[in-house]
Design a protein around this ligand. Sequence first.
Ligand code: G4P
Ligand code: NA
Ligand code: NA
Length: 190
Amino acid sequence: MQKLKEKILNEGEVLSDKVLKVDSFLNHQVDPAFTMELGRELAGRFTGTGITKILTVEASGIAVALTTGLALGVPVVFAKKNKAATQAPHSYSSNIFSFTKQEAVDIYVNKKFISREDRVLIVDDFLAQGEALRGMVNIINQAGATLVGVGIVIEKVFQGGGQALREKGIRIESLAPIASLAGGRVRFID
Ligand code: G4P
Ligand code: NA
Ligand code: NA
């Protein structure tokens, strides 16, 4: 998505070879009109696939998940995070390890919000190692729901998470695939 790539080049800050800061429109301040465009674009890539629900993780995924859900006319569920593993009999949960933050966290979704009949689209702001995604896929499997695909705003392709999940047959659409952040410079794929 050209406009997104330009926004990343104009407003993004490369913090290291692995981390891109996009606080001005995605991770701290949110640009509502632009987030609508992101949602419409992601929704458009999955037209005709019978999606009944969007799943994301709090916090930064929620904005784009909301606009994607609005475009598709389906509810949006965000998995909640919990640092201490707690017994949650009414929830599906999965433990994920954030390489960026070097910490493990449990994500969970109340069972009443995903059912076997659901056809789920996962939406997230970033795809890095794919840990968050693996956790959400795990939760969808626990619910016996169908995973239709994954919509990502920024994929850091060089970190390999997307490749591992695509090899498992999961369809992943990313609006801005990044090949490298080396040398303080953003290089997109294509
Ligand atoms: P992974 O799930 O793909 O393996 O990524 P990882 O665990 O490393 O990511 C941990 C957190 O850091 C996630 O946010 C993810 O969105 C974010 N993140 C990963 N790489 C980048 C990056 O290059 N730039 C920015 N700005 N964020 C990145 P989170 O812990 O879920 O926090 P929240 O912000 O959604 O609350
Ligand atoms: Na984030
Ligand atoms: Na996120």
